[in-house]
Design a binder for this molecule. Sequence first.
Ligand code: PEP
Length: 252
Amino acid sequence: MRKNIVAGNWKMNKTLQEGIALAKELNEVLANERPNCDVIICTPFIHLASVTPLVDSAKIGVGAENCADKESGAYTGEVSAAMVASTGAKYVILGHSERRAYYHETPEILKEKVRLALANGLTPIFCVGEVLEEREAGKQNEVVYGQLAGSLFDLSAEDFSRLIIAYEPVWAIGTGKTATAAQAQEIHAYIRSVIAEKYGKDVADNTSILYGGSCKASNARELFANPDVDGGLIGGASLKAADFKGIIDAFN
Ligand code: PEP
């Protein structure tokens, strides 16, 4: 059966020293705990090689926030999936709305990133979600369907089973506005139905679908209580160990 997961997305925050301190603190906070979910921290590239050996890998998985859509070569400034994997990281966020909007990542580019991530043994945390105007026009299902089909539906069922999906309404990211538990459940159930239609019920039932968008300790329990919400992708509230732990505790 699918896993419950709480994953942090540090975005472009924390110097190397600050990131090491946060990872150490989180590791200590969880040392005597048995979280009822998988815990993942996704950090800037430069933190990965330092952070992975610092944390107890049985309790905390480490991931990148992006990877290149090319295997290797003359792509100045890019970081490949193989490089990410060589740090010991196991996950990579792909398709985050900030990457789609600010760095013009198209479904085709994301398809390639997913392929390379999987080929290098990484688990993609693939993000989908609509902007406010699309939600107001009632087009959220259509948008999310297009994002899933556009980048993922060429995958075999076996490869698709290796993904984590994150539904992140863009209007809720970093805004303090959270989707209601009912809105989250409705679209998560839709996403699961789309996966079932394409890959069958078993694959759909085993796919973890996380909610992201101003999730915090005070609303996590209500969101995660929904049958199709399998945890969260957490931005702002992953930057302090105590806040992040408060969200992990929503599964206790
Ligand atoms: C995110 O960017 O993935 C996110 C969910 O951010 P926040 O929790 O800050 O809204």
